[in-house]
Design a protein around this ligand. Structure first.
Ligand SMILES: CC(=O)N[C@H]1[C@@H](OP(=O)(O)OP(=O)(O)OC[C@H]2O[C@@H](n3ccc(=O)[nH]c3=O)[C@H](O)[C@@H]2O)O[C@H](CO)[C@@H](O)[C@@H]1O
Ligand SMILES: C=C(OP(=O)(O)O)C(=O)O
Length: 430
């Protein structure tokens, strides 16, 4: 199994291109199931999760082709991909495929809306909490679906071949359930109003895509989304937004090691709260014509308290990385996780590098140390793994991060991007 070897201590300097967002690309790809026309997506990141979803969509009958295969594109660069679901050949998403990635459960929305039925295995995904699907099921029932859960599968059917628009108030904000209900309602009969909907930029990217395909959606990016259902959707060409979590991750890496890096193509409006927090730690952040410039020279890292919450607040997907940064702050910080009940798996691994962290319920109290020392570490989820990479870059000596497949789910060309800025980091195969 591959490992990442890091020799810490170098400041980062240079530029890092920000890839298309994993969490935007996945729902956009799934939206291709809604039409028999071709959906062309630009800036699709080259990631394990994208490859896995291509396999899952292929099982339903979605063909894909990659535009202009230049040499570099085969080496793991973002690509333009055409998805065509002319014929849906299977409305079942099997356990073997869905258990590997939570977002694959989201095919339930378009399959049900277009085909009137779907049988989808309950999902897997990162080990960060129980992650139930009750809101998806309740919302689809409100749109007129009959739902059964049997032998690990959700079996959903429409009553008269088509979903029917309705009002659904989410009892809790859910990104995935908002994606699914927005896709399902696009082909429903009549108007759907979703209240307390997720406001994440990835929701807006999907709504823009659906509208380009002929849907009638307004209010995406606010808590109330209105969808006026249409009979059919067509193809479109849509660009995946830059990855705000990748952006925040590299910004925190620079804030931790010191240095001066431009995050090319990054958009500050997608992660303003996180950027404000990083500024409070002492880094200087400026928007440039080409992206976001992050600098920290000399001064130490100031401790800052954060609590994760749905957008536009501080994202849970940056919590582990921020904890990495706070391990070397000059004082104590409190980091509270309010989204997932089990998202502190990085705490014991950061401790191997010399971090002082205690847990009190959903809050981690991080007592900053003046230096970390490299060690072998291993994480059980994607963002936790990258928090260890960041800490390793700042630690003295050698850190080996095991179970690299987690990183490959969500970070395109991680070693190449960081070594391009002066980090000593390499992948060791086998
Ligand atoms: C592929 C993707 O985009 N993944 C992101 C998405 O995950 P995902 O869409 O799975 O996360 P949700 O927003 O749905 O989850 C938020 C909270 O709601 C709970 N919940 C959700 C659905 C449900 O039916 N019942 C329920 O109780 C979850 O357990 C969690 O506690 O948003 C999360 C929160 O920003 C991010 O961490 C993930 O990176
Ligand atoms: C938790 C994540 O992904 P998923 O929802 O696919 O598990 C993530 O992207 O950090």
């Amino acid at each position: 199994m591959d490992r990442i070897r890091i020799v810490g201590g170098n400041k980062l300097a240079g530029s890092i291109p920000i890839s298309g967002a994993k969490n935007a690309a996945l729902p956009l790809m799934i939206a291709s199931l809604l039409t028999d026309d071709t959906l062309t997506l630009e800036n699709v990141p080259h990631l394990a999760d994208v490859e896995q979803l291509i396999r899952i969509l292929g099982n339903h009958g979605v063909d894909y082709s990659v535009n202009g295969r230049r040499e570099k594109q085969q080496e793991g660069y973002s690509r333009t991909i055409n998805f065509s679901a002319r014929n849906i050949v299977d409305t079942t998403a099997p356990y073997e495929l869905v258990s590997k990635m939570r977002a694959s459960f989201w095919v339930i929305g378009p399959l049900l809306a277009r085909m009137g039925e779907a049988k989808v295995s309950l999902p897997g995904g990162c080990a960060i909490g129980t992650r139930p699907v009750d809101l998806f099921l309740e919302g689809l029932q409100v749109l007129g679906a009959d739902i059964d859960v049997d032998t690990g599968y959700v079996i959903a059917k429409t009553r008269n071949g088509r979903l029917v628009g309705n009002r659904y108030v989410f009892p809790k904000v859910s990104v995935g359930a908002t994606h699914v209900l927005m896709m399902a309602a696009s082909l429903a009969k009549g108007e759907t109003v979703l209240e307390n909907a997720a406001r994440e930029p990835e929701i807006v990217n999907l709504a823009d895509c659906l509208n380009a395909m002929g849907a009638r959606i307004s209010g995406a990016g606010t808590a109330t989304i209105t969808i006026d259902g249409v009979e059919a959707l067509s193809g479109a060409r849509v660009r995946v937004i830059p990855d705000r979590i990748e952006t925040g991750t590299y910004a925190m890496a620079v804030a931790m090691t010191g240095g001066d890096v431009v995050l090319e193509g990054a958009r500050a409006d997608l992660l303003q709260t996180a950027l404000d927090v990083i500024s409070q730690t002492g880094a200087e952040i400026t928007q440039t014509n080409s992206g976001i410039r992050v600098r920290r020279n000399g001064a130490g890292i100031a401790p800052v308290d954060v609590a994760t919450a749905p957008f536009p607040a501080f994202p849970t997907d940056l919590q582990a990385q921020f904890m990495g940064l706070m391990t070397m702050a000059k004082g104590k910080s409190r980091i509270t996780e309010t989204i997932f009940e089990n998202r502190f798996m990085h705490v014991q691994e950061l401790a191997r590098l010399g971090a002082h962290i205690t847990l009190s319920g959903q809050t981690a109290i991080v007592d900053g140390v003046s230096k970390l020392k490299g060690a072998p570490v291993m994480a059980t989820d994607l963002r936790a793994s990258v928090s260890l990479v960041i800490a390793g870059l700042a630690a003295e000596g050698e850190t080996t991060v095991n179970r690299v497949y987690h990183l490959d789910r969500g970070f395109e060309r991680l070693e190449e991007k960081l070594s391009g800025c002066g980090a000593v980091i390499e992948r060791i195969s086998g």
